[in-house]
Design a binder for this molecule. Structure first.
Ligand SMILES: [Zn+2]
Length: 268
């Protein structure tokens, strides 16, 4: 793949995590995936799983998307068809207009769990060494050689933060501003890439503020009740905490009810 020839994809999820579909123009059809000029599909990165969804052609034919990833260089987004031999792929060429839509129910679970990890990180003020977010559970690793964590107490504090329903704000700062506040980077080895001049900052006022490129809910109450799973020592510097939705039924919830958040607008 010739990364330099692929233009950057406009990532609509950066500005609106609740946008479930958009119209776009095909830029390239590659063996690795389809590149569009813009997309609502989050590309796997920062521990968060990539989106699944559908791409619909002008004649109404739908192509199932199994994964979204970055092309080398992290500028262009690759939409990976579930069936690389799908006949509908023959209808795509540079310039074709399509509609791309995400599996919103799955993405919303990812947004809830991702935001939950920000809250959990705020309760354990030590460096983060990694994280992984899938639709049904998430894990975060801390550099915490000696554990004094009490699972019950941690769960209660986490759910109290969720219930307080703080807003989640997206801000941008310059690289120079970030350099002046290196403590904002919580995850070891996950400073924003060189060359990125505008740094996206996620702030839960009074609770957490850090650079993050993921998708988050608009208010933390939308996460819903969370259960702490295992707390395990993976290595001297990795104490891993697993979280999941407290109720399987809750995990299948549709977006929040009318009038409470932008999901209603985007999902309508
Ligand atoms: Zn985040």
């Amino acid at each position: 793949m010739t990364e330099l020839s692929l233009p950057a994809t406009r990532k609509r999820f950066d500005d609106d995590a609740y946008l479930t579909r958009c119209d776009a123009t095909v830029v390239a059809v590659l063996p690795e995936g389809i590149v569009l000029d813009e997309t609502v599909c989050y590309a796997r990165s920062g521990g968060q799983a990539g989106d699944t969804g559908t791409m619909t052609l002008p004649d109404g034919t739908a192509i199932a998307l199994a994964e979204t990833v970055y092309a080398p260089g992290r500028a262009a987004v690759l939409h990976v068809p579930a069936d690389p031999a799908a006949a509908a792929l023959g209808g795509l060429a540079a310039g074709t207009r399509v509609t791309v839509a995400i599996d919103w129910s799955r993405r919303h679970r990812l947004m809830r769990l991702h935001t939950c990890l920000h809250l959990l990180g705020s309760l354990i003020p030590v460096p983060v060494t990694g994280c992984s977010i899938s639709p049904d559970s998430a894990r975060i690793d801390f550099d915490l050689p000696e554990s004094t964590l009490d699972k019950t107490e941690l769960g209660e504090r986490l759910n109290a933060l969720i219930a307080a329903d703080s807003p989640v704000r997206v801000d941008r700062i310059s690289r120079a501003e970030l350099a002046a506040q290196p403590e904002l980077v919580r995850t070891i080895g996950a400073a924003p890439p060189e060359g990125m001049e505008s740094i996206r900052i996620i702030e839960i006022p009074g609770i957490d503020r850090q650079p993050c490129g993921g998708t988050h809910v608009a208010r933390v109450g939308e996460i819903g009740p969370i259960a702490i799973g295992k707390i395990e020592k993976k290595s001297r510097t990795n104490r891993r905490i697993v979280v999941a939705f407290a109720s399987a039924a809750r995990a299948e919830d549709a977006p929040a009810t009318a009038g409470q958040n932008p999901a209603t607008r985007a999902a309508a």
